[in-house]
Design a protein around this ligand. Structure first.
Ligand code: FPP
Length: 253
């Protein structure tokens, strides 16, 4: 007679996919989508999804460190996200402080450097202070660059770059003839970063939502139906595995 213990969870068999350590994307950018739906599916308020999403950020950083990925850019709050109810905006913009308060020691141990892209000054004081503190504390670390896109919008970034270029031309700091792709890139928030090699978007949506429009010109895209709070290491590994099967041609043959 076999006795069944329904309260023991069936342990999921771990999928073993092999990853080539020498062919890792150097820069991974992620649109972390689906927090609200994850919470709604569980009868929880939307912000519970954001809270869970924050924990998944920590796990994702760990995986990125493990794979020796150089840059991880996370779309944390867009310039369009201000259209959400104030209570949700307030909640999301408190998460960086909570995240850093909880995980900064671990990030330090892992040699992670924190940076941001986006309109930093437009953020609430408490968010700015917490993030600036983490930037200062981690500025000499030379492991993974954890780059939060906070109050970020790509079109605004491009318009601001054009305005700055115009100003520099008027002040004779730059000649229009000198303007090329590299120089233009230097006027973006990402000025000293490599472009992303891999873009991941969770939750089944397949659009860019005003994220890194210039920088993603030659990036490999990977979409999954998995909601961000369910983005476990295995899913990240699937994305990396798929990336490693792609042939990048940059317009050549
Ligand atoms: C999109 O899901 C998610 C956001 C706008 C917020 C992303 C924030 C986090 C993942 C947590 C922040 C973590 C740190 C470390 C600061 P959605 O709300 O649009 O989901 P939905 O499409 O299902 O409604």
């Amino acid at each position: 007679m076999s006795i069944k213990f329904p309260f023991f969870k069936k342990r999921k068999k771990k999928r073993n996919i092999s990853l080539d350590r020498d062919n890792m994307p150097r820069h991974v950018a992620i649109i972390m989508d689906g927090n609200g739906r994850w919470a709604q599916q569980r009868g929880l308020p939307r912000v519970a999804g954001h809270k869970e999403g924050m924990k998944v950020v920590k796990d994702t950083v760990k995986t990125a460190v493990k794979h020796n990925i150089k840059i991880l850019t996370l779309y944390t709050f867009s310039t369009e996200n201000w259209r959400r109810p104030k209570s949700e905006v307030d909640y999301i913009l408190r998460l960086p402080k909570e995240f850093l308060h909880t995980y900064l020691p671990e990030l330090m141990e892992n040699n992670v450097r924190i940076e941001t892209i986006g309109d930093f000054n437009g953020l609430p004081k408490h968010t700015k202070e917490a993030v600036q503190y983490a930037k200062d504390q981690t500025k000499n670390n030379n492991g993974l660059l954890l780059n939060f896109a906070l109050n970020y919008g790509s079109r605004l970034e491009i318009i601001n770059a054009i305005k700055q270029i115009n100003q520099d031309i008027n002040q004779a700091k730059l000649s229009i003839e000198a303007l090329d792709e590299t120089l233009f890139s230097n006027y973006l928030y990402t000025n000293n970063l490599l472009d992303p090699d891999l873009l991941i978007r969770t939750s089944g949506e397949q659009r860019l939502s005003n994220f890194l429009l210039w920088q993603l010109a030659y990036t490999e895209f990977w979409f999954t139906d998995v909601l961000w709070p369910d983005f476990k290491e295995e899913v990240f590994n699937d994305a990396l595995h798929e990336y490693q099967q792609r042939k990048r041609r940059y317009g050549g043959i």
